[in-house]
Design a protein around this ligand. Structure first.
Ligand code: XUL
Ligand code: CO
Length: 442
């Protein structure tokens, strides 16, 4: 059965054509920065937003019209899988991502739930073989079911810890079976509402223990994908332990997990943490822990995680700048953790939304590649810090200088030799240049 009968394969039509059901910028086989765009961007469709969610908001029921809604239970799960792979083939995304509970319904026991999962995983395996679409990552939904009300590995209830361990054990087995490139942990319920009832240290120690069990089991079964933590500061928890990239890195280092885990960074989560997306990516890249990206955007007018499709070209350019500086996406990719607006309820909107997201990142990739090729920011930054290349600056960097030698050097210098050496940061000029580079590609 065809779920999107009116839609043909989405093709690259070039930037002269007006937008619609075609890519203006995403040309999968065009080489940018030494690789085909499809390998620089590694786009992935998120199963939950595209095939499960129905446009519910805190004040209203779902609005989405989805042709598979007429089915129930395992029939619905199978229909969704069929619809998903038809969608992937038409859109041309090389990857997809899912939570275990997106793809198959829960049974009365974990054993029954796992049986349901097995049926869909074997369907996925066949579809993946037929279409060539690969799994960027899978993950466990450990936030919807009421059992996770007090957390998962950080729960005060040890049986919930045990349940989560068994759930992730199955998830890692599925990751291995389907050849996932990564396995993700987003700890939506790992955090606290109030310190009045929280053993802060035990909760985090238990999370450390949980992740060591993950590493051990992944090694045991020979899962070769990257293990990724996805930081978020809040929502649903008041305070989430993996607040942002820096906090997550501190957690990984504290529990000696930084050799085994990297980060999956999301634009809307960055905004909720009071950061830009590029800040989060830079922090992870500098620590050698950039794993993968969730592509979406927040909305400055709304204070929660609204997961809009990414359309902001500044952000896509600066995100791809970081990815290229990291030597490309490696095993990571760009997963559209994004949903159509509640008012975009027709099936075609699922295509339009991904097309604008893919085009926005393709354009960002091209602009970022040119900025790097022309050394635009590199040359400026190099010059800005040139005082560390010789004299006293070189002594500071090499470790030769100490407080006494620095005092001796500076103590009699006039202010014209100190503050007087400052030069403009030229931010407006740099932003003008950035505009120019985005404009060149648009
Ligand atoms: C929630 C979120 C999740 C993770 C996977 O804000 O981003 O969808 O990406 O659990
Ligand atoms: Co996400």
């Amino acid at each position: 059965m065809a779920y999107f009968p009116e839609i043909k394969k989405i093709e690259f039509v070039g930037k002269q054509k007006k937008s619609g059901l075609g890519f203006n910028y995403y040309n999968p086989d065009e080489t940018v920065a030494g690789k085909p765009m499809k390998d620089q961007l590694r786009f992935s469709v998120a199963y939950w937003h595209t095939f499960v969610q129905e446009g519910v908001d805190p004040f209203g029921v779902g609005t989405a019209i989805r042709p598979w809604q007429k089915f129930k239970g395992m029939d619905l799960a199978k229909a969704r899988a069929e619809a998903a792979f038809e969608f992937f083939e038409k859109l041309g995304n090389p990857f997809f991502c899912f939570h275990d509970r997106d793809v198959a319904p829960e049974g009365d026991t974990l054993r029954e739930t796992n049986k349901n999962l097995d049926v869909i995983v074997s369907l996925f395996k066949d579809y993946m073989k037929q279409t060539g679409v690969k799994l960027l990552w899978n993950t466990a939904n450990m936030f919807t079911n009421p059992r996770f009300v007090h957390g998962v590995a950080s729960s005060c209830n040890a049986n919930v810890f045990a349940y989560a361990a068994a759930q992730v054990k199955k998830g890692l087995e599925i990751a291995k079976e389907l050849g996932a490139e990564n396995y993700v942990f987003w700890g939506g319920r790992e955090g606290y509402e109030s310190l009045l009832n929280t053993d802060y240290k035990l909760e985090q120690d238990n999370m450390g223990r949980f992740f060591h069990m993950v590493v051990d089991y992944a090694k045991k079964i020979g899962f070769k994908g990257q293990l990724l933590l996805e930081p978020k500061p809040k929502e649903p928890m008041t305070h989430q332990y993996d607040f942002d990239a820096a906090t997550a890195i501190n957690f990984l280092r504290t529990y000696d997990l930084d050799k085994d885990f990297k980060l999956n960074l999301e634009a809307n989560h960055a905004m909720l943490a009071g950061h830009t997306y590029e800040h989060e990516i830079r922090v992870a890249r500098t620590a050698g822990l950039l794993g993968s990206l969730d592509a979406n955007q927040g909305n400055g007018l709304l204070g929660w995680d609204i997961d809009e499709f990414p359309t902001d070209l500044y952000t896509t350019t600066l995100a791809m700048y970081e990815v290229l500086k990291n030597g490309g996406p490696h095993k990571g990719g760009l997963n559209f953790d994004a949903k159509v607006r509640r008012s975009s309820f027709e099936p075609d909107d699922l295509f339009y939304s991904h097309i604008v997201g893919m085009d926005s990142f393709a354009l960002g990739l091209k602009a970022a590649s040119r900025l790097i090729e022309d050394h635009v920011f590199d040359d400026f930054i190099d010059k800005r810090y040139s005082s560390y290349k010789e004299g006293i600056g070189a002594d500071i960097v090499s470790g030769k200088a100490d407080f006494e030698s620095l005092e001796k050097y500076i103590i009699d210098k006039p202010e014209s030799e100190i503050g007087g050496k400052n030069r403009s940061g030229r931010l407006e000029l740099l932003k003008d240049t950035l505009n120019h580079y985005i404009g060149l590609e648009a």
